[in-house]
Design a protein around this ligand. Sequence first.
Ligand SMILES: Cc1cc2nc3c(=O)[nH]c(=O)nc-3n(C[C@H](O)[C@H](O)[C@H](O)COP(=O)(O)O)c2cc1C
Length: 190
Amino acid sequence: MGELIKILGFAGSLRKESYNRSALRAAVKLVPQGVQLDTFELDNIPPFNQDHERELPPAVRAFKAAVKAADAILIVTPEYNYSVPGVLKNAIDWASRPYGDNSWDGKTVGVMGASPGMLGTARAQYHLRQMFVFLNMFPLNQPEVMISHAKDKFDNEGNLRDPITTQKIRELLETLTEWTKLLQKAKALS
Ligand SMILES: Cc1cc2nc3c(=O)[nH]c(=O)nc-3n(C[C@H](O)[C@H](O)[C@H](O)COP(=O)(O)O)c2cc1C
């Protein structure tokens, strides 16, 4: 038996019936053996204020601790105005600070997202990937999980009902796990 791989997942929507929160809940049930996917709700993260980055608000402290404790990150993003929602960007910014204490540093990351529209958050996902460069994260390139026409993929209780999407999420989690182990091995050798 190998070491347990811990993934931290969060969704960039606060909406009660959020498709992205639903997709994250689906992911929790699809993790491979030897993987634990913990989730974090962004509801209590305040708007970023650089005046407070040396004495972090409690919710931000908890978020940074959860990010640091994880081997890998799973971000489930909605798309707002062709980009990442402010709620998600805000949380990413907080955890990247203060300068010199970037909690994202060196983490592997998988991305997925759901939208009622045709492109399934593609534009938001590519904006996220641009952030990963400066955050020094190691994104998984594929599979890309872009859940389009989300209304047809989830039932009224928010359960994922689409077998192809289910399989894609399973693949994403398996590949993220392999990617994380590979980089852990490489780090151990260096
Ligand atoms: C401010 C705002 C901007 C939006 N812009 C986009 C967009 O650019 N592309 C898109 O596919 N959907 C867009 N939508 C629709 C969202 O995809 C939709 O509200 C979705 O349900 C949000 O994710 P959630 O269900 O996880 O809350 C936008 C919604 C809002 C509120």
